[in-house]
Design a protein around this ligand. Sequence first.
Ligand code: UDP
Ligand code: MG
Length: 319
Amino acid sequence: MSSDASKVELSLAIPCYNEEAVLDIFVARIREILDPLNLPYELVFVDDGSSDNTLEKLKGFRSNDRRIKILAFSRNFGKEPALSAALQHCTGNAIVPIDADLQEPPELIPEMLKLWREGYEVVTAQRSSRDSDSFTKRFTAQWFYRVFNMISSTRLPYDTGDYRLMDRKVVEAFKGISERNRFMKGIFAWLGFKQTSVTFKREERSAGNSKFGFKKLLGFAIRSIFAFSSQPLRFLSYMGVLFSVAAFSYASFLLIRTLAFGRDVPGYASLMVAILFMGGVQLIGLGVLGEYLGHIYDEVKRRPLFIIRESHGIETHLK
Ligand code: UDP
Ligand code: MG
């Protein structure tokens, strides 16, 4: 860390993917809120391979405000790698990941800072309601949290996102995680530390479109659950035992019946049902095993999480 960098008190980590439409309002609003606080801050933007003018816009901001720092990826890697990169390169004592679309009001930051100064290491922002989400999004989210909390030992709060303030210590701990599968909220919850929260109402996006469609979210949900729980594997073992016991009992029953009453030919329907059912169970089992195998494969390849093409105002030691 350079001596200049260590002076930064507050860092904002902002992943951006095709956000040219909101960046002007975002930066203006952040300045409006942070400038009066009179503390040295930096805005660390990560351009996640945008195909619009996001990067040019950011460079424009930086040309007259050196507190704006930029990393640009070689392509779109996704929000989690973008946020990870931003967190890895923040130098502040307090660090806040925030989306560029202003759905999470930056007005909360002064309050979060206050709580942080009182000694809390993590101040999460809790949404008071999910009214701005569609019915299907709320419904699926609810189920995701329910299943996740049922089978994982990491408790995931239903109403918090990535928006939070973290002490330097927490971010240093985060940097020690080499896992490639990054379900940020889960990782943050897993890290622990002394926490408190503030509440807010989630706004509509101020401009541009959401980058997460249903398919992307579903894939993300499945990966996240498998990353935080090995219960599905145990469930398979239970199923195996259950079916073995059932099969053994039925076999004994058949044997005794045959010995007592002689041979009994009919039974085609029950045979088919049993075969199809077992086939189905085995395929599900293979699917679950495959899911973990895929994760392991991803991890052992040890590819970098992201590739940086350009950096402005940030020292990068290429990973
Ligand atoms: N984002 C990103 N890379 C992606 C997708 C999204 O850096 O591949 C950023 C995006 O620019 C925004 C944040 O992640 O700052 C959250 O995205 P979005 O608002 O689309 O998600 P939603 O609020 O709909 O969940
Ligand atoms: Mg958003």
